[in-house]
Design a protein around this ligand. Structure first.
Ligand SMILES: Nc1nc2c(ncn2[C@@H]2O[C@H](COP(=O)(O)OP(=O)(O)OP(=O)(O)O)[C@@H](O)[C@H]2O)c(=O)[nH]1
Ligand SMILES: [Mg+2]
Length: 394
């Protein structure tokens, strides 16, 4: 899978509930800290409109025009202040963030858990505090990776005249940080590259903080919105970052009801329809309260959060490669068989490489299957494009 998103946050914020709702995997959920010890990995989906909606017939790979594109989701153990120094479940859990291209920070917006995830009265803990602590933990985790070898590396860069970006990128390679991230971060921090041996510990921490921002962009999920005081939600939504209010518990209830054939609902819908005639009064009442809630919140927010992480935070588009530009099929006759998430600004040639390195290397041109226009290698792709690649590859 091309895209991995990590769910992070303090214990009991609702990470596993979000994860379970999004993946329908069977994981443990409980109202005490450190319920999750080993990270859970599963497949969640980005919701998009299927291009077959432009045609008379549905393609068979979407749910009546709603196309779900798989991504990997990781539910990480709860982090507490000073986790990077081994507190709580400690450092190794930060390591689970290595593979993540983005982070959904799950916050308990109800203020019903303290900074370590222990239950307190609703409204007792200010959720804004949780944001700074998690950012700092991730920064300090990155700093600990750098610090391990910094003195030796700094001497080596000087002694052998190595490129500093290259050396730092090597150091962070396992954490999903590349040379471009480092380069941007060095520029942003205005650190004097010629004098790297003189950089102070504060300079290095500032550098790691900037590398974090570049390489692990974050979206805030204001969870437990069903029980959160309005002023807490408002405070979070006013932040200068992407924030989505969610009720992971409500989404989980709806997905379970779909599984039990009680309702008809597509993740991300603002409403659902009861289809079973055999619901008990208690079940009906439960669904009614979810109904009122999602009217108020405009959906449960879980799908919105995943979609915003992919389309807004990471700025990706969906592109559909096909082999037959008339029928929109692959060589086996499957209509719109694949959907690729690609960085906005990607070209037809980039798509060719993504399909197969051979096809990229032997690229001739592409065809926009909607307009039948011929596209050159530099042509910038748009969201929802259906593209045939023509190459000399076999
Ligand atoms: N009211 C409400 N409760 C929720 C929501 N999401 C999760 N909870 C509850 O919060 C508690 C903790 O949920 P978990 O999903 O286990 O939390 P976690 O973040 O995975 O916790 P750790 O694994 O300990 O780090 C459970 O009692 C959940 O039922 C929500 O949207 N609304
Ligand atoms: Mg958990």
């Amino acid at each position: 899978m091309s895209m991995t998103i990590g769910l992070a946050g303090k214990p009991s914020a609702g990470k596993s509930t979000f994860f379970k709702a999004a993946t329908m995997a069977d994981v443990e959920i409980a109202n005490y800290p450190f319920t999750t010890i080993h990270a859970n990995k599963g497949v969640a989906y980005v919701r998009s409109t299927c291009p077959c909606m432009d045609r008379d017939k549905r393609c068979g790979n979407c749910s009546d025009g709603i196309r779900y594109i798989p991504i990997e989701l990781i539910d990480i153990a709860g982090l507490v202040p000073d986790a990077h120094m081994g507190r709580g479940l400690g450092n190794q859990f930060l390591d689970e963030l290595r593979q993540a291209q983005a982070i959904i920070h799950i916050i308990d917006a109800s203020g019903g858990t303290d900074i370590e995830g222990n239950p307190v009265d609703i409204g007792d803990h200010e959720p804004l505090e949780d944001i700074d602590f998690l950012n700092r933990e991730i920064t300090m985790w990155m700093f600990s990776i750098l610090k391990r070898n910094w003195e030796r590396l700094a001497r080596k860069i000087q002694g052998e005249g190595l490129k500093i970006e290259r050396v730092l990128a090597d150091q962070f390679a396992g954490a999903g940080v590349d040379e471009a991230h480092i380069n941007c971060a060095l520029n942003e921090c205005k650190l004097d590259r010629g004098h790297h041996t003189k950089w102070s510990e504060e300079d290095l921490i500032m550098l790691c903080d900037t590398i974090r921002l570049m390489s692990k962009p974050m979206i805030i999920c204001a969870n437990k919105a069903d029980i959160a005081p309005e002023n807490f939600l408002k405070g979070l939504l006013e932040l200068d970052q992407i924030v989505v209010s969610t009720s992971a518990a409500a989404e989980l209830a709806l997905r379970s009801a779909v599984k039990g054939r009680a309702i008809s609902y597509e993740p991300g819908d603002g409403d659902f329809v009861i289809i079973s005639e055999e619901l008990s009064p208690v079940q009906k009442k439960g669904l009614e309260s979810v109904h009122d809630l999602i009217k108020h919140l405009d959906g449960t927010g879980v799908q919105k959060c995943i979609n915003k992480a992919v389309f807004k935070l990471l700025d990706l588009i969906v592109v559909y490669p096909v082999e037959d530009e008339g029928k929109w099929t692959d060589k086996n006759g499957r209509v719109l068989p694949d959907a690729y998430l690609m960085k906005k600004g990607s070209s037809a040639h980039d798509l060719a490489y993504k399909v197969h390195s051979d096809i990229g290397e032997r690229f001739l041109y592409a065809v926009d299957a909607k307009t039948k226009m011929r596209l050159g290698e530099k042509h910038e792709l748009s969201n929802g494009d259906v593209i045939k690649i023509v190459s000399t590859a076999k």
